[in-house]
Design a binder for this molecule. Structure first.
Ligand code: ATP
Ligand code: MG
Length: 319
């Protein structure tokens, strides 16, 4: 087991939002989430749209001030005071490489910005060398340094975004659906690059994605989120082969498997009903309104995440 790099403890992120009747309400985007990530490890984070994945990533980097909970990085709590220093260790790559990069900035300016912010060079020449090095690391042609972001394709823009994240030499990167906006043909290339960078640099990832196949491929462990809570977290193969939570089961049943014998064995489970609004959460277990195993206990009390052995944690009363 790798040494712990990041600990997230009982993290909560509630947003104050105005409802359609004009009143304010608390939207529980992330509700009591805990996990840890080891050095050089990848934790995959999956779940339906709106379940809180991006909010977890952004709150870890304190792009949002947490409502409650702790983020401990390399033994030190991340606070408002030390966040500038901490950002040298923790970076983020965003989902949409079109909106996350300023199209009027050159590649050189985009990658150079974090170098400027953290004063990571002594002279112009060194700055330029670092930028060209980073471009090479992510497979960008050095001759393109003076071109503008809008001149590049989605895949290339994502490489620029990754070079920018790597500029400060971080130990941890939140990768927020970094390939879902890209053409399928480009996705594998970019995923491979994330893996190669990890091998070379030993960086740890929180890898957010919709696609369980992608997550299974890249992750050491996987956490499954539903309505602001983690419902299951386990080793990637263990979760894939022996899912316990009914929600994880249904997610996995939708993943196509190349082997026709297995496909037949794994029956497709279609969930009934819609995801409840995070403004109007069910009592007890958040998944119970769509769960075929739900009992009275599930409406009365929210099940805690409990270890079912070998670090396989599940939040369910009935399974
Ligand atoms: N800044 C904000 N203010 C108010 N509500 C927000 C804010 N950001 C997110 N939310 C709400 O919090 C919930 C979780 O959103 P989040 O973007 O984290 O989900 P997600 O799992 O990343 O979804 P997707 O897969 O679509 O990216 C949603 O209900 C969303 O509407
Ligand atoms: Mg998101």
């Amino acid at each position: 087991m790798s040494e712990t790099l990041l600990e997230v403890k009982n993290l909560k992120q509630y947003f104050n939002v105005r409802t359609n009747v004009g009143k304010f309400a608390s939207l529980k985007a992330v509700d009591d989430v805990s996990f840890d990530i080891g050095r050089g490890e990848t934790l995959g984070l999956v779940g339906e749209s709106g379940c809180g994945k991006t909010t977890v990533g952004r709150t870890i980097l304190r792009l949002y001030e947490p409502t409650a909970g702790q983020i401990i990085f390399d033994g030190e709590e991340v606070t408002k005071k030390n966040i500038t220093r901490m950002r040298k260790q923790m970076q983020m790559v965003f989902q949409d490489p079109y909106s996350s990069l300023d199209p009027r900035m050159t590649v050189e300016d985009i990658i150079g910005e974090p170098l400027d912010v953290h004063k990571l060079y002594t002279n112009k020449k060194e700055r330029r060398e670092k930028i060209l090095d980073l471009m090479q690391t992510v497979g960008l042609n050095a001759e393109h340094a003076t071109r503008y972001a809008h001149e590049f394709s989605g895949g290339q823009r994502q490489r620029i975004g990754i070079a920018r994240a790597l500029a400060v030499n971080p130990q941890f990167i939140v990768c927020d659906e970094p390939v879902s906006a890209l053409d399928v043909s480009i996705q594998a290339q970019v995923i491979n690059m994330f893996e190669e960078l990890q091998e070379k640099l030993g960086v740890a990832y929180l890898f957010i994605a919709h696609d369980l196949l992608v997550v299974h491929h890249i992750s050491n462990r996987i956490a499954v989120m539903y309505l602001g809570k983690i419902v299951e977290i386990a080793d990637a193969d263990e979760l894939n082969d022996h899912p316990i939570h009914p929600y994880t089961e249904s997610l996995l049943s939708a993943v196509p498997i190349p082997d026709p014998n297995i496909t037949r064995a794994r029956k497709r489970i279609v969930l009934e009903g819609d995801v409840p609004s995070p403004l109007n959460m069910p009592t007890g277990c958040p998944f119970r309104t769509r769960c075929r195993y739900a009992t009275e206990r599930c409406s009365a009390q929210c099940p805690p995440l409990t270890d079912r052995g070998t670090r396989h944690l599940v939040a369910c009363w009935e399974k």
